[in-house]
Write a protein that binds this ligand. Structure first.
Ligand code: 3HC
Length: 302
């Protein structure tokens, strides 16, 4: 095992689709022990049963021996709280897309985690620089050497859904991120079998600054009655060879997540081209979140 990344144990915070996928590729591809925490035991159960299912599928398709699958599964353990992550060399936060929630979590890392640990966030659009500032304990100057060292360990490590399938990780440097943090995070993503692109810390980075306006525009086409949902999706699938149409993709990502990212783009740039579609806002008002809860632009049998 290459230790260029120096990660002997990984912590993952959040056992949703993203956190579970990150835990799986880390245990299976990078072969590091993973400790996962989620405040919902139900969510952890659901996440681990998906891990079991995906490993069993790879075994049944002859891509993985049952011994390798068992070894990967044995590398994943659950911890009850942040204290359980105190010895990890890197933590990847993959909770929902809320700045106050992420700020609260990163503020607690300094007290709970060891001082050398890399603090990565899987945020899809929120400023890594703001999250890094929140990692500095209250009372310590953000300009002090110690404050800068803490913030220097924060980085954006943006995986894509479904994590085991998508080949990319987008690496985002906050203003404060150190070279060492960036290099080791890049090495870790590569060890997980991913290709890495880098982006500056701007709203949506590269991926979502380009993807979300595309999805939003598709929703506006539906809103204006220009075409049916099927015709919009089929146009992009068959006309442009996209694996999913934009409305299917919005349902797949989660409409609440799409709206949160679109708002970050709009508020972060002030540019009206990022204004979220009213239909997207209303669907989230109706709590139609897409695949995750069974209703979005399409209906799903969960
Ligand atoms: N987790 C793990 N693996 C999954 C999965 C999941 N949730 N869903 C599907 N897969 C795997 C299947 O098991 C199958 O694996 P196999 O080849 O080993 O059998 C493979 O993906 C193909 O699945 P299916 O045959 O069931 O279906 P499709 O061929 O239609 O592929 C898809 C499904 C891979 C999801 C494909 O439709 C696709 O690539 N869609 C686009 C996904 C995309 O754009 N993701 C990025 C979203 S944006 C993002 O994540 C950024 C965030 O910040 C918003």
């Amino acid at each position: 095992m290459s230790l260029a990344h120096g990660i002997r144990t990984l912590g993952v915070l959040g056992a949703g689709q993203m956190g579970t996928g990150i835990a799986l590729v880390s245990a299976l591809r990078a072969k590091v022990p993973v400790l996962i925490h989620d405040r919902s035991p139900e969510q952890v159960k659901k996440g681990l049963s998906l891990v079991d299912k995906l490993l069993a599928k790879d075994v049944s398709k002859g891509r993985l021996t049952s011994d390798d699958a068992k070894d990967a599964r044995d590398r994943i353990a659950v911890v009850d709280d942040l204290k359980g992550l105190r010895d990890v060399d890197m933590v990847v936060e993959a909770v929902s897309e809320s700045l106050p929630l992420k700020q609260k979590i990163f503020a607690s890392f300094a007290a709970e985690l060891k001082p050398e640990a890399i603090l990565a966030t899987n945020t899809s659009s929120i400023s890594i620089t703001k999250i890094a500032a929140a990692a500095i304990p209250e009372g310590l100057s953000t300009a002090s050497k110690e404050g800068q060292t803490i913030a220097g360990r924060v980085v954006g490590l943006h995986f894509f859904n479904p994590v085991p399938v998508m080949k990319l990780v987008e690496l985002i440097s906050a203003l404060q991120t150190s070279e060492d943090t960036l290099n080791r995070s890049r090495a870790f993503a590569i060890a997980c079998g991913k290709q890495v692109t880098t982006s500056k810390d701007v709203p949506g980075f590269v991926s979502n600054a380009l993807l979300m306006p595309f999805i939003n525009e598709a929703i506006m086409h539906l809103e204006k009655g220009i075409a049916t949902r099927e015709d919009i999706d089929t146009t992009l699938k068959l006309g442009m060879n996209h694996p999913m149409g934009p409305l299917q993709l919005a349902d797949f990502i989660g409409l609440d997540t799409c709206l949160a990212i679109q708002k970050t783009l709009y508020e972060g740039t002030g540019d009206s081209k990022y204004r979220p579609s009213v239909l997207l806002e209303r669907m989230v008002d109706a709590q139609w979140y897409g695949r995750k809860n069974g209703k979005g632009f399409y209906d799903y049998d969960n």
